[in-house]
Design a protein around this ligand. Structure first.
Ligand code: ATP
Length: 601
């Protein structure tokens, strides 16, 4: 693990330089909770009532204690005693019922809220441009869908009830004590207030530390997802990957954040806990109460409720403080979720148009990833149905970017792309995507059977059609040799299939879709010669009669293309057939010569 050790000093320096994080306001939380606000209100009212009922047995005991003191007669004591026992027992029973009901309603509201937010997130994520996922990775999605929702769950199902219950217990307790003797109540309230001040001092940097811990948790979460996503690369290159460095850095940052918090508050926290004990209230009550009794200003019976009910009140301070921590975390999570929900979705046309035919027109297309440098500076071309258009050029010329603009992974920043005469932005997403098959180098297979992995191409296709597509893609024999044939379960990496076989599986998917436009990005780049022959046969089957756009590095694979566009720095600098471009002696001819010089020697 030598390579993943991070210097504590470098982290601390970076942290000091960074801007002070701020706690988001309550508004995002209130907006997210709006759909369940009625249930939350009922839950809060029940928690408050339960806290009040929970106080009743103590008040009953206090009243009983007052009743047994002289000068009351034995007969009246018996009456009060039974009444106190009855009321106390009823209070305890009522508290149980109310806690049960509030917990049921709280968990119901929690489930409703999680369902509601998850549905909104899923719907919204489906509308975001794919480019957003590529840029942000799965970490941001995982964080919102699991970590942030877990914080919201903790807040609704636990923290809110704890905070309200604890606050009501303190207020109701002081109310009863004020009814007994207001002077002693002032003393008790002053002690409780000083405890709160101490807590406040101990926790003054709580927001800062909570935000720092949350930021470190986010980094741990993102690095874990990145690690799982790239496990094959990580394994291939041992522990020297940057992913592990990022993970180690995030774990260390979490440890440091926790350590700093504990160190900073070790004295004030210990003092506030010591102070917020029953003994403090007991001491204060005795110090003030006994002289008052001695001077004849207070009855002994009036002191008892302060010893029975009053000294229990400090125990409510800790749950109230813990609840407020939950509220802070919930505010941060709600702000995260809302910022994800407010990401601009791919704009959809109000009245979508249907394309007439499937010729593609790139009309002076420009595109920039960052709004500054143009990845595509000027790209114009017409691709007719039944023809193959190849896009070639040096690395970084913009070939993959062009392929990403067609399915609207990103929208062009200038010019337009039209299919059948209709701007992509005027078509609805379903029509656009169903009009094209995309075969990219990154092969994504779902954790499902082979059949279902092919059927994604056309969800209502019959098993027979799936099988026919597999046959056309030259993969049927391979599938039949798998343990359960077409019912074999595949992993995300297509366990049990070679690179070429997985590629043919995705070609089968594309064949099944019958889409009239086919976009191939480096589809045969990494295959051995045997696989490449099989994949080329499958591709010939897929592309017959379609509007085909091929992005290629190896020029011999596109020699037969109807037109070849040579891209450099985001511009088409040459166009024509293979022979014509060789005759020109330009960039294409030089790339060709560079790729085939070895073969000619
Ligand atoms: N997601 C992205 N964010 C920012 N810039 C990007 C992104 N993807 C590509 N680029 C930049 O856009 C330019 C064109 O990249 P693109 O991947 O389209 O080139 P390419 O011709 O397909 O390259 P290669 O043949 O190496 O795959 C490059 O300068 C690249 O660094």
């Amino acid at each position: 693990m030598g390579s993943v050790q991070i210097e504590e000093s470098s982290l601390s320096a970076g942290r000091q330089a960074s801007e002070k994080p701020r706690l988001p306001g309550l508004a995002p939380l209130a907006r997210l909770l709006r759909p369940v606000h009625r249930h939350l209100f009922i839950c809060a009212a029940l928690s408050a009532a339960a806290a009040g009922a929970g106080l009743v047995p103590y008040i009953a005991v206090a009243e009983l204690a007052r009743a047994v003191l002289p000068p009351n007669s034995p007969a009246s004591v018996a009456n009060v005693a039974w009444a106190s026992v009855g009321i106390g027992a009823a209070g305890a029973a009522l508290r149980l019922v109310l806690v049960f009901l509030s917990s049921r309603i709280g968990h119901y509201a929690d489930a409703e809220m999680l369902h509601h937010i998850r549905s909104r997130l899923i719907r919204h994520l489906g509308q975001l441009p794919l480019g957003w996922f590529r840029a942000r990775g799965s970490g941001a999605v995982k964080k919102a869908m699991t970590d942030d929702l877990e914080e919201m769950h903790q807040l609704i199902a636990h923290a809110l009830g704890e905070m309200i219950g604890a606050s009501v217990a303190i207020i109701a307790g002081l109310g009863y004590l004020a009814f007994v003797d207001w002077r002693m109540t002032v003393v008790t309230a002053a002690v409780l207030a000083s405890m709160c001040v101490f807590y406040r001092i101990a926790m003054r940097s709580m927001t800062h530390h909570i935000l720092r811990l949350i930021a470190a948790e986010e980094k741990i979460s993102a690095a874990s997802v990145e690690y799982a996503d790239g496990i094959s690369v990580v394994k291939a290159f041992g522990t020297s990957g940057k992913v592990l460095d990022r993970f180690a850095e995030a774990v260390l940052e979490y440890k440091l954040a926790m350590r700093d918090w504990v160190l900073e508050t070790r004295f004030s926290s210990a003092a506030s806990r010591l102070l917020a004990s029953e003994m403090t209230v007991l001491g204060a009550v005795m110090i003030v109460g006994l002289p008052l009794i001695a001077a004849g200003h207070l009855n002994t019976s009036s002191l008892l409720p302060f010893l029975i009910v009053g000294i229990g009140l400090p125990t409510s301070i800790t749950p109230a403080v813990q609840g407020s921590q939950g509220l802070r975390k919930g505010r941060v999570s709600a702000a995260h979720i809302e910022s994800l929900l407010s990401r601009a979705p791919l704009p959809e046309a109000d009245e979508p148009l249907r394309p007439h035919g499937h010729h593609i027109e790139f009309d002076e297309v420009r595109f920039s990833y960052d709004g500054k440098a143009d990845a595509i500076a000027e790209f114009s071309a017409i691709c007719e149905p039944g023809t193959v258009t190849a896009i070639v050029g040096p690395s970084g010329a913009g070939k993959t970017t062009i392929a990403s603009l067609l399915p609207r992974f990103y929208d062009v920043t200038g010019g337009a792309i039209r299919i059948g005469g209709v701007d992509l932005r005027s078509m609805d997403a379903a029509t656009l995507l169903s009009s094209m098959s995309l075969v990219f180098q990154d092969i994504v297979l779902l954790r499902d059977t082979v059949t279902e992995n092919i059927r994604i191409g056309r969800p209502n296709a019959s098993d027979k059609e799936v099988r026919a597509a597999a046959r056309a893609a030259r993969i049927e024999d391979v599938i039949e040799r798998l343990p359960q044939g077409f019912d074999t379960l595949l992993g995300a990496q297509g366990t049990g299939l070679s690179g070429g076989e997985r590629q043919r599986l995705t070609i089968a998917r594309a064949i099944l879709s019958r889409a009239p436009i086919v976009v191939l990005d480096e589809a045969t780049a990494s295959l051995d010669p045997d696989s490449e022959v099989a994949v080329q046969e499958a591709l010939a089957e897929l592309t017959r009669g379609k509007t085909v756009i091929v992005i290629a590095h190896r020029l011999h694979t596109v020699m037969g293309a109807d037109q070849i566009l040579v891209l450099d720095h985001g511009r088409v600098i040459e166009r024509g057939t293979h022979e014509a471009l060789l005759g020109k002696g330009g960039l294409y001819a030089r790339l060709w010569a560079a790729q085939h010089s070895g073969a000619q020697q």
